[in-house]
Design a protein around this ligand. Sequence first.
Ligand code: FUB
Length: 326
Amino acid sequence: MKKEMRYLFPADYMADPSVHVFNGRVYIYPSHDWECANVENDNGDQYVMKDSHVLSTDDPMHGEVIDHGKALDIADIPWAGRQLWDSDIAEKNGKYYLYFPLKDKNDIFRTGVAVGDRPEGPFIPQPDPIRGSYSIDYCVLREGDDYYLYFGGLWGGQLQRYQDNKALETPYLPEGDAPSLPGRVVKLSKDMLQYAEEPRPVIVVDKDGQPLKANDPHRFFEATWVHTYNGKYYYSYSTGDTHLLCYATGDNPYGPFTYQGVILTPVVGWTTHHSIVQYKGKWYLFHHDSVPSGGKSWLRSLKVCELEYDAEGHILTIDGGGQAAE
Ligand code: FUB
């Protein structure tokens, strides 16, 4: 289905929008893309982000989008190496906790936390990353007093370097009919600054209850988002090298989730990454593509469109405007 689309912030290249409603306003926490001289590769060396901004609006399709300035700058993060990728945020007791993936000085992705008093910041980074953290692409789900952090990304996101939350000597990426590599979920500690438990795999199964296989074009790759609709948990994600946004539904935050379908067909550009938010009675899909940069996969632009469900709660597939995978 073709939808009316809006480029949210034509003044700059931004991507990976995590979106929340705070105090009746829509706040957007994107990555901030930079031009780079690196060769484009599967390790994601072309995504050289050094800071991030906070944007907000009171009307996603037509309203003014305000840039509140920098949320994070790797110059202020003591353990920083390079590549500040997709972040997400949660509010607890009037404090705002911004979770961000950043490579440390050994080129390993870790999870940083920065704390602020307002959704637009400023945010003060903690001196160290979360203990035992790894990989990328965060989404925080609030359930009453509990907060769940979802994460994980293949290839440059380094998830294949871990098994049972331990670093492997040799990375393992399943192939063919083997079960695909799952994303992860972990409950956060009461102070929001550490894990409260060991991260668990998030299993996506087909209609017969079997985990999606590594060669399934709809399997998890990166960019988790979780929202609830009519009492169900909707676990959505990017399929990476098959360039789709897909979703699965379940009955609790840990899953398993049953595969349901495609949210967005491929966009122009390699990556696809999103969030789904309800605001003033409408549902929105925030995402990005590379049309304004002429297709440069590392220079992406934020987009938004409305999202609809059918009577059974299925998300109606949206046309991303790119070329379908072969
Ligand atoms: O922005 C860098 C990476 O590209 C993100 O972490 C992935 O989700 C992909 O969008």
